[in-house]
Design a protein around this ligand. Structure first.
Ligand code: FAD
Ligand code: FMN
Ligand code: SF4
Length: 641
């Protein structure tokens, strides 16, 4: 498929964007503690510009020093940070991208510990139970804040930015005025629609007055996804109003943080899940509209632009996973596109914790310069294991110019992550495994399949470097009866190697057990899950868990929690409470599936390291954890060679 519509220019106010690919604002914690964009910020944005994105939006940038909610947030509340921003703008311009700066006041979602100032919001309503109650911002403060937005926009203009984007979404300060759920004011900023919109109008007018013809976008919610908040009908009117006050373009997002599962959709949601909303907004205005939401590949984006559903498409997390998406789309190289698998493990988790963001699929994120440096002395590298850890290490090392040979014991690459794609809604993980294989091919990694590496083979090959990535095996605890009970392993069930009867008992309700239960439930098995902790899927990231729990209720999956298995019996188990000894029994199942965790599998490193000084053990082979650890450690190993 060609992407003709995505590669046509479009005007947003005075700014001409060369194509329809947008990097939306994403807090990354790369900025220096003084609020200035850092060298790391510069390398990060430069890479997205080189990758061909037409419009790059700088992360939420703080307009009011009393609202700086994290130590590494980008700021524009005084002139000291103009220079750092200018360096980023210049490097993006040099690659042909346009730059917009998102202007933000976090309002009720701020961080008083960092700022030392109380939170402010339209009204004194908490954003969530873990947030403090904000103070209802005073009228005087509102009028002062309006000036701060204009001042920040002028600074963005001085730095050479083509546009500013006023953050009116996601439950932050301005959104708290727009939403009848959060705005209970009885002054000129509350009550009627135009009163609730007043703050936006004043901010936009102030920016226009101070920063002249800079393009002004607003980021808005197409729905707050919460009862009584902004609905899609409200949003169409908000959009039209924004156009009427001189806004040049709309970046249409959705949700408040209580509904993060729609703000950044997990793997279960596919591109276009917000398409109807954006279409409704596009119909309400004549200014350009940016769509967003789980876009990874460009195909649906092309159709949406072609059909007039939106004018541009933002690829958020996808631009973290692979900044070269536009170039690859243009050049027909989508087979090695590193896909965002919507795992949230590196980006969202770090953003919330205040750490620099990372990416499970693309651990080079934020370390672009280090990774691109070629090896001074190419080495012969032996990678043992073709899971995602081994595959990632292999192709990044080969890309640096090393001679890499990868050995895989089985007849298929991908290790456990290949199987992680089987449960409902996790299909994109297959794309990740495939892209790594494709990268290995591209960089000339030699791959030996069905080769169980032994010490003899290592001696024969005599490599300079060995990367042990032999992964993990299912954990089988020494519980009475376990070996004679005919239990199946969850990985074999997912892999189609073991078949279950109608009535299934899954032992272990962590991520693997719960997802295997959902997999079987969808196939109309009667499933029960036994878990030692007080609930199932407690190790599953919140946004994913909400969808997994919907599967549990839709498929009627039973849960037996706070239950420690004490023995395996015919068609079932006995169990006690974790601290108790009052044994209970559940039986009558056709199949019992084991998902009690995994144990690292490393039969080689001890001996290999005696022979090869540079031996690295990475991923689950070191300790069974998650794919984020496997790819991150793969990169660390390659950078140490
Ligand atoms: C069903 C399931 C779902 C999961 N879901 C997720 C998820 O959603 N998110 C997440 O982050 N993690 C998930 N995980 C965990 C994740 O898959 C692992 O942490 C990750 O794949 C570890 O990667 P690895 O490369 O270290 O090892 P592995 O994936 O275990 O790969 C090791 C490879 O080494 C090969 N090998 C072993 N010994 C030898 C030898 N001597 N010679 C040659 N080859 C050898 C094996 O055959 C295997 O292919 C899931 C795991 C499972 C089982
Ligand atoms: C790590 C991270 C940081 C984000 N920071 C911001 C931000 O600063 N401002 C904003 O409006 N949205 C922010 N978002 C939301 C994204 O702009 C985008 O709307 C969301 O990720 C959905 O798009 P996607 O599905 O293409 O990732 C952030 C998202 C992520 C993953
Ligand atoms: S960490 Fe996961 S969700 Fe975030 S960009 Fe990478 S693949 Fe996507």
């Amino acid at each position: 498929m060609t992407f003709h519509n995505l590669f046509t220019p479009v005007k947003i106010g005075t700014m001409e964007v060369p194509n329809r690919f947008v990097v939306p604002p994403m807090c990354n914690n790369f900025a220096s503690t003084n609020g200035s964009l850092s060298d790391q910020s510069l390398a990060y944005y430069a890479e997205r510009a080189k990758g061909g994105f037409g419009l790059i939006t700088i992360e939420a940038t703080v307009v009011d020093k009393k609202a700086k909610g994290g130590s590494n947030k980008s700021c524009l509340f005084d002139d000291s940070t103009i220079e750092g921003l200018k360096a980023v703008v210049d490097v993006c311009h040099a690659e042909g991208s346009k730059v917009s700066v998102q202007l933000q006041h976090a309002g009720p979602e701020g961080n008083t510990k960092v700022t030392g100032f109380p939170l402010r919001a339209a009204s004194a309503i908490r954003a969530a139970s873990h947030r403090e109650t904000p103070i209802a911002i005073s009228r005087d403060e509102i009028y002062e804040l309006v000036e701060l937005y204009g001042d920040a926009a002028l600074r963005a203009k001085k730095a050479g930015a083509d546009a500013v984007e006023v953050h009116c979404a996601h439950g932050y300060l301005i959104n708290s005025f727009l939403s009848p759920r959060m705005n209970k004011r009885v002054d000129e900023f509350g009550g009627s629609f135009e009163n609730r919109m007043r703050i936006v109008r004043l901010v936009v007018e102030n920016i226009r007055q101070k920063a002249g013809d800079i393009a002004i976008l607003c980021r808005m919610n197409s729905t707050d996804d919460i009862l009584g908040g902004i609905s899609i009908q409200d949003a169409t009117v908000i959009a039209a109003y924004m156009e009427s006050i001189g806004v040049d373009g709309l970046n249409v997002s959705r949700s408040v943080h209580l509904r993060d599962e729609y703000m950044w959709g997990p793997t279960a949601l596919h591109a276009g899940f917000s398409a109807d909303n954006v279409r409704a907004i596009k119909r309400a205005v004549s200014i350009p509209v940016i769509a967003i939401g789980r876009f990874t590949e460009p195909h649906l984006a092309e159709l949406m632009v072609r059909d007039g559903c939106c004018d541009l498409v933002a690829f958020g997390r996808q631009s973290l996973a692979d900044p070269y998406l536009p170039k690859k789309a243009k050049e027909g190289q989508l087979d090695d596109l590193l896909p965002c698998i919507a795992c949230h493990q590196g980006c969202v988790a770090n953003m919330y914790s205040g750490a620099p963001i990372a990416c499970l699929v693309n651990p080079a994120l934020g370390r672009e310069e280090e990774v691109q440096k070629k090896a001074e002395t190419p080495q012969n590298i032996m990678v043992i294991g073709g899971g995602v850890g081994g595959l990632y290490a292999a192709w990044t090392a080969a890309a640096k110019g090393h001679n890499v040979t990868l050995y895989e014991a089985s007849d298929i690459l991908g290790g456990q992550m290949r199987l992680a794609a089987y449960p409902p809604g996790k299909g994109d993980i297959t794309n990740m495994v495939r892209s790594y294989i494709s990268k290995c091919e591209q960089f000339g990694v030699t791959i030996h399949m069905e080769t169980d590496v032994t010490m003899d083979l290592v001696k024969t090959e005599n490599p300079d470097v060995v990367i042990v990535a032999t992964g993990a095996k299912p954990l089988v605890l020494p519980i009475p009866g376990i070996n004679d009970s005919g239990v199946l392993h969850a990985v074999d069930v997912l892999d189609g190697k073991a078949e279950c009867g109608k009535k299934v008992l899954v032992i272990g309700g962590g991520l693997v057990g719960s997802e295997t239960a959902a997999f079987l439930g969808e196939l109309e098995h009667d499933v029960t899950v036994v878990e030692m902790r007080e609930d199932v899927a407690m190790d599953v990231i919140g946004e994913h868990r909400k969808f997994l729990m919907k599967d549990f209720s839709e498929y009627g999956i039973d849960k037996v929690t706070s239950a420690k298995v004490s023995s395996f019996v015919e068609g079932g188990i006995t169990y006690t409470a974790p601290e108790g000894n009052n044994e209970k029994r559940i039986a009558g199942f056709d199949s019992v599936v084991l998902a009690m965790g995994a144990k690292n599998y490393d039969p080689l490193s001890e001996e290999v390291s005696k022979l090869v000084e540079k031996t690295f053990v990475i991923g689950d082979a070191a300790r069974a954890r998650k794919a984020l650890d496997a790819t991150a450690e793969a990169l660390e190993a390659v950078l140490k060679i």
